[in-house]
Design a protein around this ligand. Structure first.
Ligand SMILES: C[S@@+](CC[C@H](N)C(=O)[O-])C[C@H]1O[C@@H](n2cnc3c(N)ncnc32)[C@H](O)[C@@H]1O
Length: 184
């Protein structure tokens, strides 16, 4: 698929990653929710510009308490999620491309004047609760450029994601696997 070995832990399948790479190629990309950077390294390799937003505090998912547990384990080893994310980015050298890293909540980032601009591809994979997914879509949709694509993950596994996406869009395309996307 690509020369980046997908050895960064995460939930994204190779088929989904291939789709994201294709859509992000040569584009101004905004990624919300990066975890350890499994998707970020791929965006960074193919996109024109990359902006990422994450609290690096983890999120509760339908699987229960796993992310906060993983973070606690990292902390007990003297590591942090953010530190591991930066290491992973550094390990997968993507040339001299810059990535703008916003270590803050999606809401805080949306309020920043420096982010008052458009992106060609917006990928949402942060807080999966219905209200939060809805809020993310509402906040970031106005940042989508003409003919841009807004997309996200966990449509099949997180009821909150499914409900918010179904409510917000009648034209959402589902797949590959658990990706949803809308060509505006
Ligand atoms: C499911 S993980 C992202 C997985 C990543 N896209 C991947 O494929 O490996 C969700 C991430 O969203 C972040 N997050 C949760 N709520 C957030 C919020 N309100 N704003 C920004 N980031 C948030 C968490 O810290 C976590 O790293």
């Amino acid at each position: 698929m690509c020369h980046i070995v997908a050895d960064i832990p995460g939930w994204m399948h190779n088929e989904e990653i291939a789709f994201l790479r294709e859509k992000a190629k040569g584009k101004d990309v905004l990624e919300i929710g990066c975890w350890l950077g499994r998707t970020t390294v791929h965006f960074l390799e193919v996109c024109k510009n990359l902006t990422i937003i994450d609290t690096f505090r983890g999120v509760l998912t339908i699987d229960g308490d796993k992310q906060p547990e993983i973070i606690k384990k990292l902390n007990s080893e003297g590591k942090t999620l953010f530190g591991e994310f930066l290491k992973n980015l550094g390990r997968h050298d993507a040339g001299n491309k810059n990535v703008e890293i916003l270590k803050m909540s999606s809401e805080e980032a949306a309020a920043r004047q420096s982010l008052d601009r458009k992106f060609d591809f917006i990928f949402i994979d942060a807080d999966h609760r219905y209200e939060m997914v809805k809020q993310d879509i509402e906040m970031w949709l106005s940042h989508l450029s003409k003919k841009g694509i807004i997309a996200g993950h966990d449509y099949n596994t997180e009821p909150g994601v499914r409900k918010a996406v179904d409510e917000m869009f009648s034209s959402a395309i589902h797949g590959p696997i658990s990706i949803w996307h809308v060509n505006v």
